[in-house]
Ligand binder design. Structure first.
Ligand code: CA
Length: 335
């Protein structure tokens, strides 16, 4: 049965023009990253065709201030930058996207995520790393493809965009919020109902988006475990008071699985829900939890189905980020 909070979310997303195949929102994490290298246009196409409610691009800036779709501020764990530009390595041993012009980044091959020290892929059962067919897309290219697929599939898949490390960009005298908002507005993504959600781990950035940039786009506060920079206090964000504070500038929160479920010896299944979802809903915030990976389940969790039952039925989250949107969608449909 739908709770009031679920109805509120459905109303919010319906108002925002989102398609909802089921009550739970399915967000294709880094696109269908369980099947194709993360953030490639091929992965986006697969995620879209799997009936995801949203596709999820992470965005960083190039040296010439072009928003590109990439999870890391580094290039060295998802591309062949170390081979093509050995001399552009910084003294810390890393290759940074922000040191490269778009033209240089477009010369790279995008591949399955790997460990830069060993070269081993992060997830062994996934797409072969040696397939060199893909490039790093710009946000422009990504949006053009989403819009085109929405037309050809007669669909309304939304874009759940993450601004990566705004403070890092600011230190380099770059305003990632402004660069991204400019691209979005060029494609008509500016209002609450336009089909784009912006997510960020940095509270100040979200507050600025609302108060300074005056964006109407729905905003989501990502909640992490800790912030070494000290800019964000995620422990406070997980409290009832912290969530009330978030509700002043954001529409939803995205905590990780460990913020939602806790070990509980008193429970017959050994696990219970934290209060986070209840408190968020009380403050009219929707909750989308990251990240469901059928090939990398939390310790002690026997199956994705069991995990989704805990998250959706027991803890009552409103949606999930998943690396395998088709599997997750099929399971959720039958819960
Ligand atoms: Ca992300």
């Amino acid at each position: 049965m739908r709770t009031f909070q679920c109805l509120a979310l459905v109303a919010f997303l319906t108002q925002a023009g989102m398609s909802l195949a089921s009550e739970s929102v399915i967000i294709a994490h880094r696109n269908a990253s369980g099947y194709l290298p993360e953030h490639t246009l091929a992965g986006l196409s697969v995620a879209h065709s799997m009936g995801s409610d949203f596709v999820e691009p992470d965005v960083v800036l190039t040296k010439d201030n072009v928003p590109i779709v990439m999870h890391d501020i580094y290039l060295d764990e998802t591309t062949d930058v170390a081979i093509k530009f050995p001399r552009k390595k910084r003294p810390d041993g890393r290759w940074y996207a922000i040191d490269f012009k778009l033209k240089e980044i477009q010369s790279l091959t995008s591949m399955e995520r790997f460990d830069r020290t060993t070269g081993d892929v992060r997830y062994k059962g996934r797409f072969p790393k040696e397939v060199g067919l893909f490039k790093v897309p710009t946000l422009d290219e990504y949006i053009v493809l989403v819009k085109a697929l929405n037309k050809s599939f007669n669909a309304n898949v939304g874009i759940y965009l993450e601004l990566k490390d705004p403070a890092f960009h600011k230190n380099a005298k770059k305003d990632i919020s402004l660069s991204v908002l400019n691209v979005l507005s060029r494609y008509g993504y500016a209002t609450r109902d336009s089909g784009v959600v912006i997510q960020c781990f940095d509270a100040e950035t979200l507050k600025e988006l609302r108060a300074v940039h005056k964006t109407e786009l729905p905003l989501v506060q990502l909640i992490g475990d800790d912030d070494p920079t000290g800019r964000n206090n995620y422990s406070v964000m997980k409290t009832e008071e912290g969530l009330a504070e978030i509700a002043k500038y954001a529409n939803g929160v995205a905590p990780n699985i460990s913020h939602i479920l806790k070990k509980d010896q008193a429970s017959p299944i050994g696990v219970s829900a934290t209060k986070l979802v209840e408190w968020a809903h009380r403050n009219q915030l929707f909750v989308h939890v990251y990240t469901v990976r059928s090939d990398d389940l939390p310790p002690g969790v026997p199956s994705e189905e069991f995990l989704l039952k805990l998250l959706i039925q027991m803890a009552k989250v409103d949606g999930v980020f998943t690396d395998f949107p088709d599997r997750t969608k099929a399971i959720v449909k039958n819960l």
